[in-house]
Design a protein around this ligand. Sequence first.
Ligand code: GTP
Ligand code: MG
Length: 452
Amino acid sequence: DTRDPTSLRTPIVAVLGHVDHGKTSLLDKIRGSAVIEGEAGAITQHIGATAVPLDIISSIAGELVDPDDFDLPGLLFIDTPGHHSFTTLRSRGGALADIAILVVDVNDGFQPQTLEALDILRRSQTPFIVAANKIDTVPGWNATEDSPINDTYESQSDRVRQRLDESLYEIIGNLSDEGFSADLYWRVQNFQRNVGVVPVSAMTGEGVPDLLTVMMGLSQRYMKEEMEIDVAGPGVGTVLEVKEEKGFGTTIDTVLYDGTIRSDDTIVVGGQNEPIVTDVRALLQPRPLAEIRTESRFEKVDEVSAAAGIKVAAPELADAMAGAPVRVVRDRALEDVIDEVRAELADIAVDTAEAGVVVKADTLGSLEAMADALGDAEVPIVRAEVGDVAPRDVSVASTADDGKQKAILGFNVDTLDDAEQRAEIEDVEIFTDEVIYQLIEEYEAYVEGIEK
Ligand code: GTP
Ligand code: MG
């Protein structure tokens, strides 16, 4: 075998933004364009992700992208659905996503989840660009399907152009208020220092060529070294979601960012208590052309290489946590791999105090983000865990001496019925929200009420 064992993997692109601002539509548009180009099969659907190879990007982007200028194989887009915070997409030492697209509706502007996404992009130091979406809704807009932004901009009336400019400058102003120096993407020289804003429409495809061009250029210019992986090596990834799947039991939707996973591998997965050691039973991908995230029928595959989204079915996964590491053992000593997973878990563990509030969150990444934000607000934490608010959380909270610490803050989680009843009896307050800073504000307002 003369193959070079190291090769360049696909950069992982998180698509994030406030509810309904057009994340999924943008990915649908990119998929749709490939279908029109007669290349439907070339875009592969993954679990929770869409892989777009370089030649498709180049055919959508037209003259904006010359494939000879690039050696990265394409882009892997991860959609973050609904209120599900993309805080899941964190892994050891930063973000799981290499790069991100923050989608902002030009009419709606900055919203709570836009701010939350920015906060996490800042904390994880993830490079990103802003897609100012829905430009076709500017009154009087004259659409040219799939056109680069410059061409369509030229064909608008002065009035329309002025209205679009106003919306775009408002977004640039909002970014600046959040501490990001931003400008329209064609004015940005250094994308590491400035955030580029790309006007797009997921509906008409206008600006999509520009968006893909900027993402590709940004990855090639600043990420290339990080994309060098040992493709044949044992796989390394992060759990995106833990899901029950008919006929397969508990499965983990995983983003693989290094190496390979095979259907006969032994893996180690971060669990609620101890690292879980288990044998892969099946590796599952959506069937071709199936709808992302609504897919219930899968295709079994023997092997997957990074970067990829893959559903892993294996016994013993009930305690697996979203945001936790996944590592393939292969030819290594099992104990070493368990130690690696344990070290990664310790790295994302939250420091707790003797007394404080109880924190629950949907993923390890969001738990960490909550802990960071509570740290800034000088709120101590007595217990922090992934999972829904359960009766034992109420028991812990009820033992607080300080009334304002008889509280549970749940981010993106549900409250179990018996926990709710118990909280009422024990006089414990439960706060839940889908936006971190709102959750903390609610809690602070409550504390203020007590102290008055
Ligand atoms: P969540 O997954 O719920 O967070 O929403 P999302 O960000 O994925 O938004 P989605 O793509 O589902 O779009 C929300 C609505 O906006 C849908 O009705 C889309 O048709 C519409 N929409 C999205 N992009 C555009 C656009 O560029 N122009 C217009 N006119 N409508 C758009
Ligand atoms: Mg969506």
